[in-house]
Design a protein around this ligand. Structure first.
Ligand code: NIG
Ligand code: FE
Length: 386
């Protein structure tokens, strides 16, 4: 309702007819108040864990090699399909709770470990049930094109046939049931090509879904260029973006439909990637940059978005305020929530965090620390400590 000096806020509340008994007062003394953090890229729901892949990579196996051999994403698909709804909900709730305690009040959650119509719909349904339960708000994304499932892998035209199944079978049903706000694709050499990604995303747009893209995570694959061409809401990863890709995002940034570039620095750490996304160059060219955890069992098993902010501050050249903007208002815009979320302004949803630090600079400074003192979602205290 109001932001500002105590007297102005009190007057605004009184004018709105709110009385003392209807108001909870929180003292943020000595602390820092920010908007609730928004994690715009997670793979929240999955079965099993993948700790053995760290040793495999250490002995020389690449991430995509492990996937090609039927491991990686596919091992998670097998265990996700075998998991019960109750278990998926319990695990999802467990990690959402951790995110909340790190100051995160809104989370994007992708499907993508089902890879057939009923299994993808089930993950989106679990996401909806967790959103209903609250307090963390969930924005659901359909990621049927995350990998080619085992049923399609034996055949020569497996990838093309699976892309057809995504477009002709999965997408229409996901759209009909209204269970996803966005569609995402893993566009990467050896997974889905830019052409295949364009076909899936164009179909998703015809069904009224918003678009996002896993782009140039490991190799330059034309992902950023495609993201700019289609003016998707968000191009994510970008560790291997080409100079043409940077130029394409810079051009989109100057248009009426900018593409948010979402950095996922914990994934680069986890996969020990040689190249970092050129966050500084993107920001300097006017590209809005967001930050996410990429929470998933293979490449970023971390629910800690403030840690991603620290890494962006330390490794990607973002200032503390740029890291905060990336994890709040820019993340909100990338999820189509810019008008209601991501900043402390009258008329927006009151999602906010009181942090146990005296300055914004100390938010990314403490590495991996537990700093959220009070978390408020839609005007209600939903977590507090101490
Ligand atoms: O963003 N790259 C594709 N998807 C995830 C990893 C998923 C997995 O390995 O299970 C990512 O890194
Ligand atoms: Fe991802």
């Amino acid at each position: 309702m109001a932001v500002g000096r105590r007297s102005d806020v009190s007057r605004a509340l009184a004018n709105a007819g709110l009385r003392g008994s209807e108001i909870t007062e929180l003292d943020a003394r000595g602390g820092l108040v920010t908007p609730g953090l928004i994690d715009p890229h997670t793979h929240l729901l999955f079965g099993g864990t993948r700790e053995s892949e760290v040793a495999m990579r250490r002995s020389g196996a690449g991430y995509l090699q492990i996937l090609a051999a039927g491991g990686g994403i596919l091992s998670t698909v097998e265990r996700t399909r075998a998991a019960t709804d109750a278990w998926l909900i319990a695990e999802g709730r467990r990690w959402l709770q951790q995110m909340l305690h790190h100051g995160v009040t809104t989370v994007e959650a992708k499907s993508g470990y089902g890879l057939d119509t009923p299994s993808e719909l089930r993950l989106l349904d679990v996401a909806r049930r967790l959103d209903d339960e609250g307090p963390v708000e969930i924005v659901p994304t359909y990621l049927g094109a995350h990998a080619v499932p085992p049923e399609f892998r034996g055949r020569a035209d497996g990838t093309a046939a699976y892309v057809r199944a995504v477009i002709e079978e999965q997408l229409p049903e996901v759209a009909r049931q209204g269970v996803a706000r966005f569609c995402d694709v893993f566009c990467e050499e050896g997974v889905f090509s830019a052409e295949q990604s364009r076909a899936v995303l164009s179909a998703a747009r015809r069904h009224g879904l918003g678009l996002r893209l896993h782009a140039d995570e490991l190799r330059p694959s034309g992902g950023a260029e495609l993201a700019a061409e289609l003016r998707v809401a968000s191009a994510d990863h970008l560790g291997a973006i080409s100079s043409q890709g940077i130029a394409a995002l810079a051009e989109a940034a100057g248009s009426a439909a900018p593409v948010v570039a979402t950095m996922l620095p914990m994934t680069s750490l986890y996969l020990d990637l040689a190249t970092a996304p050129p966050a500084r160059a993107l920001i300097d060219r006017g590209v809005p940059v967001a930050l996410g955890t990429d929470f998933n069992p293979g490449t970023s098993p971390s629910p800690n978005l403030p840690l991603a902010m620290s890494m962006a501050w330390l490794k990607l050249g973002l200032s503390a305020s740029e890291a905060l903007v990336a994890a709040t208002i820019n993340a909100a815009y990338s999820l189509g929530l810019g008008a209601t979320h991501g900043s402390l302004e009258p008329g927006k949803q009151a999602d906010l965090v009181i942090w146990d630090v005296p300055s914004l600079e100390q938010l990314p400074y403490w590495l991996g620390a537990d700093l959220a003192r009070v978390v408020v979602k839609r005007g209600r205290v939903v977590a507090s400590r101490g």
